[in-house]
Design a protein around this ligand. Structure first.
Ligand code: PLP
Length: 495
């Protein structure tokens, strides 16, 4: 015993903890002060800017072998990473579909990392909070308290969770044991032709293959055509396939179209299909008083994917899958190896949250959502969603009133497609609008994206942003017209 202690005393052990905590404290205060300034002043910076060569080169530096003082490390991060963001926290970022984050959420991520728990499971506070945030998501969508659910990395993973349960429940065999090759009749899933690309990946990852997802035509509003869906199901059944699941989209990425969820719930019930809703964009509209009616029926789904890092503005990453039948959810993923068996008391007596998804170790992504919801209350998040939808209608009005701007269609929710239209067509029109989009980005004015709707190219503005003000949309319209005119004149000038 003495000998052992003696030996230990001689070993010069290392740790990652600082030698001087006071130094770290001072630096940390500076990091926080800088972070507050960074967010306070975000409006005054360009939305995005191209990185100079010396910044790009910094990311080719080799593996560091010797130490550097933490303040030098932080200085480099400020110069490189913090100075060249994607821009999605900026008030005039409307590309693709993202949230704009929030300071409280960032503090939550920081504290989650400091507390450091692994949310794979166990009896500790973070695990209970993770389950609580899932319960809050159920409440937001009107799901029963008895439903299952899990927090995941984002909407794509949340969809995979829901579709995995759908496959296993509808397979007619024990897929977990025997695999998809043992399924008697090939399973068919259905979604509209506007369905998000993550569903293709999901079908591939589930071993069903892309062709198992039948894309159904849409109506003039780009919503799934219910009659066409019914006909497809009948046709597939007659051809010896097994219709298994219909995926409704509550808010498509292209235009924000919301499928008729009530009609889909009814059809799924009549046809004996699983009803999954991809609510990555629109599920949270359920908390927005003026617009909640648009997603009515979502509470009837068998599973839903929603995305708190979009319209709840949580810092990336956090998505949520809800599954009405909690036993089917657990039955799809639970595996308890001998080294993770529960004990009647103590640390291992809590629930194993990894039994509800594909990950084993899980981060404490609940805290950033929890803190922001506590601080503001869910009603404010609902009002912010209504605000974005009203802003999209305002922008549509500005576009209609502006010279040479053309609106693709009145927006359903918060996505507006439009273009500058100076009597051009086809590729020339697309090239001009692409150039407008790129100059808006490169001049740091605004970030939009583009898409093709009904075979035509459009600029696309998705307002999922609690920092956007109407004056930002006024500016967008002004600058689009200015750039459109500038580019059109340059192109028509004799060279
Ligand atoms: C964003 C989105 C997804 C994917 O979600 P991620 O959080 O990006 O993984 C899926 N479906 C729709 C409709 C989306 O808008």
């Amino acid at each position: 015993m003495d000998a052992v202690q003696g030996n230990l005393g001689l070993v010069d052990e290392e740790t990652l903890d600082p030698l001087d905590w006071a130094d770290v404290q001072a630096l940390s205060h500076r990091v926080i002060d800088d972070a507050v300034d960074y967010l306070r002043d975000v409006r005054d910076r360009p939305v995005w800017r191209e990185m100079p060569a010396n910044v790009r080169e910094a990311f080719a530096a080799p593996l560091p072998r010797s130490p550097a003082p933490l303040d030098a490390v932080y200085a480099e991060v400020s110069r490189t990473v913090m100075s060249y963001p994607m821009g999605n926290i900026h008030p005039r970022f409307w590309s693709w579909y993202m949230g704009s984050s929030n300071f409280t959420g960032a503090l939550g991520d920081f504290l989650a990392a400091i507390q450091g728990s692994n949310l794979g499971g166990g009896n500790h506070a973070a695990g209970l909070m993770d389950s609580q945030v899932v319960n809050w998501c159920k409440q937001m969508l009107g799901f029963p308290a008895s439903a299952g659910g899990t927090l995941v990395s984002g909407g794509s993973m949340a969809n995979i969770i829901g579709l995995s349960v759908a496959r296993n429940v509808k397979a007619g065999i024990d897929v977990r044991e025997h695999g998809v090759a043992a399924i008697e009749k090939p399973l068919r899933f259905y979604g509209s032709e506007q369905i998000h690309s993550c569903h293709r990946k999901a079908m591939e990852a589930l071993g069903l293959g892309n062709r198992a997802l039948r894309r159904i035509p849409t109506d003039s509003g780009l919503r799934i055509d219910i009659a066409a869906l019914r006909a497809a199901i009948t046709e597939d059944r007659a051809a010896g396939l097994k219709p298994a699941c219909v995926i409704g989209t509550a808010g498509t990425v292209n235009t924000g179209a919301i499928d008729d969820l009530q009609a889909l719930a009814k059809l799924a019930h009549e046809e004996g299909l699983w009803f999954h809703v991809d609510g990555c964009i629109g599920a949270l509209i359920a908390i927005a008083p003026e617009n909640a009616h648009r997603v009515s029926g979502i509470e009837r789904a068998d599973s839903v994917a929603l995305d708190p890092h979009k319209w709840l503005h949580a810092p990336f990453e956090v998505g949520c899958a809800l599954v009405r039948d909690a036993a089917a959810h657990r039955g799809t993923f639970a595996v308890t190896p001998e080294y993770l068996e529960s004990t009647p008391r103590g640390l291992a007596s809590g629930e194993w949250l990894h039994d509800y998804g594909l990950q084993t170790s899980r981060g404490f992504r609940a805290l950033k959502v929890w803190m922001a919801l506590k601080e503001h209350g869910v009603e404010k998040f609902g009002r912010l969603i209504d605000q974005n939808i009203a802003q999209a209608a305002y922008l549509a009005g500005l576009i209609e009133a502006a010279p040479r701007l053309q609106l693709a269609a009145p927006p359903t929710v918060n996505i507006v497609c439009f273009r500058y239209q100076p009597d051009l067509t086809g590729e020339a029109l697309k090239a001009l609008n692409t150039e407008i989009m790129l100059r808006l980005q490169e001049q740091g004015i605004a970030a939009l994206s583009d898409t093709t709707v009904h075979g035509e190219h459009w600029l696309r503005v998705a307002i999922t942003n609690h920092r956007t003000r109407r004056e930002d949309l006024d500016l967008l319209v002004r600058e689009t017209v200015r750039l459109g005119h500038e580019i059109a004149t340059q192109r028509s000038a004799p060279s």
